[in-house]
Design a protein around this ligand. Structure first.
Ligand SMILES: [Zn+2]
Length: 309
């Protein structure tokens, strides 16, 4: 019985080994078949397979981990506390505000005068609506417009567009301290539309009306700065000589009033001519000169602030 029992045990062991060998062979066969199938895929599909495979197998980055090569910030990802630095400023009509550099005048219109001083950083812009700073003489509608191939009327659509352009020291017959060859003592501001007597000019800061005559209104601040507003509708002013005006208060509507000293009328375009007297300090160390300075960058600064409101 003992010998028979031992023979039976030996048979069982042999059967188990045979079984294991068969199972192993089956696994080996399946592995070989799959390997052959992958290798027989045409190369172009093999690439796709590989891409798909790598995409699926790429482990998700652990949350909070900093990627080695951070992607560019996606829209909407910005931290709301930090304003985007390069967002273009748009006006009330959705047009992007742009301006040419100070002193960069139209060709053949004068040397310009480079002064990037923001003389009064806290003024408000002198008009309520959007405006376009550009030449009234050397563009469409101006008597020298043909010099730059800009022949047409003042209401030409191109006159009512950005970028702004400086007109301080634009060539004129008049001399002034900073434009000794004869030049424009202020900046010309075209209102939002080519319609007179509808667009308001406002006081840039708290001031007193110290002069009203012919076609200009003069304001002076308590610390001495003087502003001239020219070509308003002088028959419909909102202020009078001696008035104290508050910053932003309406002065009058932009028109084309222009009178000689004898009271005769002179033709001009619809615009506000804006002047500013400040202490001009030259780089040569000369004493400051209280004169008509270039308000260009002061106005750019004020308009920028207005568009951000
Ligand atoms: Zn002017």
């Amino acid at each position: 019985m003992r010998a028979g029992s031992e023979t039976q045990k030996g048979n069982t062991t042999v059967n188990l080994l045979i079984g294991l060998a068969i199972v192993s062979l089956c696994f080996l066969a399946v592995w070989w078949y799959e390997k052959q199938a992958v290798e027989s895929v045409p190369p172009q599909f093999a690439d796709e397979l590989e891409d798909e495979g790598s995409a699926i197998e790429e482990p998700d980055a652990p949350s909070g981990a900093i990627p080695e090569d951070p992607p560019d910030t996606l829209p909407g990802d910005e931290d709301e506390d930090i304003p985007p630095t390069d967002t273009p400023l748009t006006d009330a009509q959705g047009d992007v505000f742009a301006y040419l550099p100070v002193g960069d005048l139209l060709p053949l219109s004068g040397p310009g005068f480079v002064d990037d001083t923001v003389y009064r950083p806290d003024i408000v812009f002198p008009t309520e609506d959007r405006v376009f700073l550009n030449s009234q003489v050397y563009r469409y509608g101006g008597y020298q417009g043909s010099l730059n191939g800009m022949e047409g009327g003042q209401c030409e659509i191109a006159n009512y567009d950005y970028p702004w352009q400086d007109t301080f020291c634009e060539k004129r017959s008049r001399n002034q301290d900073l434009c000794p060859g004869g030049g424009h003592e202020g900046l010309d501001i075209r209102p939002a539309s080519c319609t007179k007597n509808v667009h308001w000019a406002v006081a840039v800061e708290d001031a007193r009306v110290i002069d009203v005559r012919r076609h200009w209104v003069t304001l002076q601040t308590a610390d001495g700065t003087i502003y001239n507003y020219l070509h308003l509708n002088m028959g419909a002013l909102e202020v009078a000589l001696g008035d104290d005006v508050a910053q932003g208060q309406r002065i009058g509507v932009i028109s084309n009033d222009f009178y000689n000293s004898d009271g005769s009328s002179v033709a001009t375009t619809i615009h506000l001519h804006f002047e500013m007297y400040e202490n001009y300090v030259a780089s040569d160390g000369a004493d400051p000169l209280f004169t008509k300075v270039n308000p260009y960058m002061t106005l750019v600064s004020a308009y920028d602030a207005k568009l951000r409101e």
